[in-house]
Structure formats: structure tokens, C-alpha cells
Design a protein around this ligand. Sequence first.
Ligand code: MG
Length: 203
Amino acid sequence: MKIICVGLNYRKHAAEMGRPLPPEPMIFLKPDSALLKKNKPFFIPDFSKNLQFEAEVVLRISKLGKGIAAKYADRYYDALTVGIDFTARDLQHKFSQAGHPWELSKTFDGSAPLGTFIPAERFPSHSDISFSLEINGEPRQEGNTSDLIFGFADIIEYVSTFYTLKTGDLIFTGTPSGVGPVKKGDNLVARLAGETVLDFFVR
Ligand code: MG
């Protein structure tokens, strides 16, 4: 399986990163070894001094597809949750400044904690789903899919022109503003439409 991620997909987050809005979805992939399931702890890797959280709505692909038209995109995923796109921000900046791919800063082992899935049909509108991240009981990120620059259908249409989507593939749809560093002992709790889907510790 593959984990497809969208970067800079909320205006306020692009602004806090000091980046212009992308004219088309900005895509990168994480390997399956990035996945962290069942609320297992996240261990801060030794290679980063600025490891940051990015809470994102995640789609679970449920059907094989290629060249999917946006109007049919909702037939290709069956469940949603929240995941964290952990980012070694210091490495990302270092690689970017060198003009190199920053892939390693976001795709290392354990960089994709994944919540419990909620069936897609439980959400009346997929373009109005709230989600949030709390750290140690304090609100840190609040998002709503109504603020996505590229919505679920646009993302699926775009990525499926390049990649065949397969059952079990995941799409991380981008983070809202409020990203920041984690430290040992932090407890991250993510909610989707008010339901707790992710609850784990940083070690
Ligand atoms: Mg992200």
C-alpha cells in the first residue's frame, strides 16, 4: 500500500510556512513503514531537533482506480480518520535550502500515526467536517474540510492521473494552521467531528 500526502492545502498553514499557494495539489508519498497504528507511542528520532506535528484528515481508498473523474471520487474511499504527518522541520528546511527533495524529513519510520476509521457514510457532507488536535489537554489545531484548497474529489482526480489507487491506500489531505514541535511526554489527542480517533504519547 501507499500513503499519499497533500502539502500546503490550507491557506493559513501555507501562510504560516511562508509559502505561496500551490497552483495544483502538492503531493508526496510516505512508505508503509511510516505507519503507526493502535495509538502506539511515537519515538522522536535522534536526527531531528525540531520534530513537528501536522494533524490531517485521512481518506481510506476502497476500490482500484486510475484516471478517476472528480464527480465519481466519493466512490473510491469508504472511511475517514485523522492522522499526523510528523515532520522533521529542521531537516525539511536544510534539504529545501540545498534545492534537494525533502522527502526524508516527512517519510521516516513512524512518521504517520493513524487514527481509528469512521465510515464515510456517517458524515452528511464531506466538505464540512471539523477536526482538531489537543496536546496535553490544550487545543493546538482546529480545522474544517470546508477550508481545503483542494477538496477530496479534486485530490483523488489529480493523484489518480499519476498513480493507480489501490484498496487500502491512504490519502493525508493536508494540515490546517497551528503546527508546532512535540517533546517527550506529550499526549496527542485528535478528534474527527467530535469523536476521539487518535490518542497517543510521544516518547
Ligand atoms: Mg502535512
